[in-house]
Design a binder for this molecule. Structure first.
Ligand code: SF4
Length: 461
């Protein structure tokens, strides 16, 4: 019988959690992030107020999503761009293929985009013999390894400098002891030619600005700018939840994203692109398309209680503070969006039946909610997902039986007190050890129950 997604998740979690090298790399990288993050948020005069404001703007936008998307479409079209609506991954891929055919495109340069990861665009284009190259350094490394991003902000977070130097040595014959700067220069040298030669540039976008009909791209390497400036055609694949009402809102969202994503005041490059090149402009594409991707987002929107999940600006802060993510790593989730926010939205994007287990992969410590710059109550939403899974009758039979027995027994004090601690511990050790996990010590129950001890003490006092 094929292994279920949930069983694979448990198996991979178990092995990753005890992979000490993995833990060391992640701890080092997250320590660096933490330092930068503290510096980044210290620049806000009143961070809590900024978060509240961001939450309010996102609430207003998501509650009126249809209106803002139509505004974006009207304004972007007026600027000379074309908007394509894609219900799912297949529709998005086919629309991209049509544009490729129309332009007889043979090569694509891409900048980092989780929406294109979601629709598995690279493999689709490869099958069509279209050369596709990732231009973001982290994504470029991941592409060389044929892996998926480990983290949606820092895709190669699980690799050390030595790992990358070894990879470049094998692929491009750079010295094994090459420094980070030397490796970056090598990647730049390879990529430069690709920008100039590519037929089409593909990007995502961090925001869709409704009132100006623009896309906003945030980055640190300048690669997205080159991706959108050189090729004659630019396609942006963007999730529908990325819309914000006005250009003025960037004043709030850009610093929130930069400080929570990488600890910067602002990222090095912030581009606003409002359609194809105009007659008097020196660079930019001749044609520009924005693919508005639903791909399950309407399912999140349908959840009145959990639609807050769509407020996410993908800063990655909740991943970095999550004790589960730090232990099991990003690949274990087997979803485009990992960590707490991934656990919240993936069951709605990819199916509650297959992905409900992710909502249980949380200690509910609340750190994710505490750091979220748009104030998503993540741990509460995870509990609501669990509620939905139970209400939809998706819990395994054994679990239902176990809870049924527990509920029956716990309501009968005489039965609970009839067995002593030794019997109870024997029962737990023999029937629950597997579910508890081999690496954890089972708690030992006292010889007498709390109720018995309480009564005794009261009697003796
Ligand atoms: S849920 Fe909040 S903290 Fe997590 S990635 Fe989204 S915006 Fe950032």
């Amino acid at each position: 019988m094929a292994q279920s997604v949930a069983d694979k998740f448990l198996e991979d979690s178990k092995s990753k959690s005890f992979d000490l090298r993995h833990r060391q790399i992640i701890n080092t990288n997250i320590d660096k992030y933490n330092l930068a993050f503290e510096r980044g948020i210290s620049k806000f005069q009143d961070l809590e107020n900024s978060k509240k404001k961001a939450n309010l703007i996102k609430w207003k936008t998501i509650e009126n999503l249809d209106r803002y998307l139509l505004d974006f479409e009207a304004n972007f079209t007026r600027n000379g761009g074309q908007v394509i609506w894609a219900n799912d991954a297949e529709e998005a891929r086919q629309e991209i293929a049509k544009i490729m055919e129309m332009h007889q495109a043979k090569s694509v340069v891409k900048s980092k985009s989780m929406a294109t990861e979601e629709i598995e665009l690279n493999h689709f284009l490869e099958k069509k013999n279209i050369e596709t190259i990732e231009s973001d350094l982290g994504e470029f490394i991941i592409q060389l390894l044929d892996q998926k991003p480990y983290h949606f902000v820092t895709p190669a977070m699980h690799l050390s400098l030595e790992d990358i130097a070894k990879l470049f040595h094998e692929r491009f014959e750079t010295p094994l002891e090459a420094t980070a700067e030397e490796l970056t220069m090598k990647a730049r040298e390879i990529l430069r030619e690709k920008y100039a030669a590519a037929d089409i540039g593909i990007t995502g976008a961090n925001f869709l600005v409704a009132d100006s009909g623009s896309i906003a791209i945030t980055e640190n390497e300048g690669n997205a700018r080159l991706t959108t400036a050189f090729p004659k055609v630019h396609i942006a694949v963007v999730g529908i939840e990325k819309v914000i009402p006005s250009m003025n809102d960037l004043d709030l969202f850009w610093p929130l994203l930069a400080s929570h994503g990488t600890g910067q005041n602002l990222t090095v490059y912030n581009s606003l692109i409002s359609g194809p090149r105009k007659a008097a402009e020196a660079d930019g594409p001749e044609e520009m398309y924005v693919i508005l991707l639903d791909n399950g987002r309407s399912n999140v929107l349908e959840q009145k209680d959990q639609r807050q999940g769509l407020y996410c600006i993908r800063c990655g802060a909740c991943l970095n503070v999550c004790p589960i993510y730090q232990n099991i790593g990003g690949h274990t989730y087997e979803t485009t969006y990992q960590g707490p926010i991934g656990s919240l939205i993936s069951p709605h994007l990819n199916g509650m039946k297959e992905f409900k287990h992710l909502s249980y992969a949380s200690s509910l410590c609340g750190k994710c909610t505490e750091v979220c710059p748009v104030g998503i109550d993540i741990q509460k939403m995870l509990l609501l997902n669990r509620r939905d899974a139970v209400q939809e009758n998706l819990s395994p039979k054994m679990e239902k039986k176990a809870w049924g027995m527990f509920t029956w027994a716990i309501q009968k004090r005489r039965i609970i007190d009839f067995f002593g601690g030794k019997t109870k511990n024997f029962f737990i050790r023999n029937f629950f050890k597997k579910a508890w996990g081999e690496q954890r010590e089972l708690p030992k129950l006292a010889d007498k129950s709390f109720s018995q001890q309480y009564k005794e003490r009261k009697k003796n006092s």
